[in-house]
Design a protein around this ligand. Structure first.
Ligand code: 5GP
Length: 203
């Protein structure tokens, strides 16, 4: 980790249609590179089993979210699904950069576009493309985290989100997980100009 005045924090933005597998890639990158920290978002959706407050998300009510929004606490925010809000906190980004870390974001395509617009070349915006629409729908169903109604909403949104891929810096097709993870490593190492020696945690 590099601290000090010459440190310029970068942004690694993972974006994909919902269910595109970016959470697995995010976890892998964070485990592999000590130089990376995760921007924990605020969400108003219910906490899922195994999720941890402050590690996966900051879980808030819609009222709390709106109060934060009114205070201009977010760099970007989205109503990703009807009545479900997600946002990136300014304080989160400032904290990670002040600790000398580059930041990994796991956000939807609109949020990714907003960050890219704001931070330009400081970002590597990676679109994680599922091998096909059918595969992503199957993954979402198998995850069994959604009600029938929520599943329908998500599928509708996925179809729209698949059309955004050319707006980002690079695309990774998430088919074979091992290959996907290696590809993500390569892109991150090239962008940040880091290598295995800089990453004591890299296996
Ligand atoms: P999930 O509910 O499955 O955790 O996330 C739903 C979608 O919201 C995913 O595409 C996720 O990447 C996105 N998301 C999570 N946090 C944020 C955020 O802070 N801002 C935006 N714009 N999208 C987010």
């Amino acid at each position: 980790m590099k601290e000090g005045s010459e440190f310029e924090g970068k942004l690694i933005i993972l974006t994909a249609p919902s269910g595109g597998g970016k959470t697995t890639i995010k976890r892998h990158l964070l485990k592999t590179y000590a130089a990376l920290g995760f921007s924990v978002s605020v969400t108003t959706r219910d906490m899922r089993e195994h999720e941890v407050e402050g590690a996966d998300y900051y879980f808030k009510s819609v009222e709390e979210f709106k109060a934060l929004r009114a205070e201009q606490a977010f760099i970007e925010w989205e109503e990703v699904y009807d009545g479900q809000y997600y946002g990136t906190l300014k304080t989160e980004v400032e904290r990670l950069w002040s600790e000398g870390q580059h930041i990994v974001f796991d956000i939807d395509v609109h949020g990714a576009r907003d960050l890219k617009e704001k931070y330009g070349d400081r970002c590597l915006a990676i679109f994680i493309r599922p091998p096909s629409l059918q595969v992503i729908i199957e993954r979402l169903k198998n995850r069994q985290t959604e009600s029938e109604q929520s599943l329908k909403k998500r599928i509708k949104r996925i179809k729209r989100e698949m059309m955004y891929e050319n707006e980002f810096d690079t695309i990774i097709v998430n088919d074979l997980l091992d290959v996907t993870l290696k590809e993500a490593e390569l892109k991150v190492e090239t962008f940040l100009d880091i290598s295995e020696e800089d990453s004591p945690t890299k296996i």
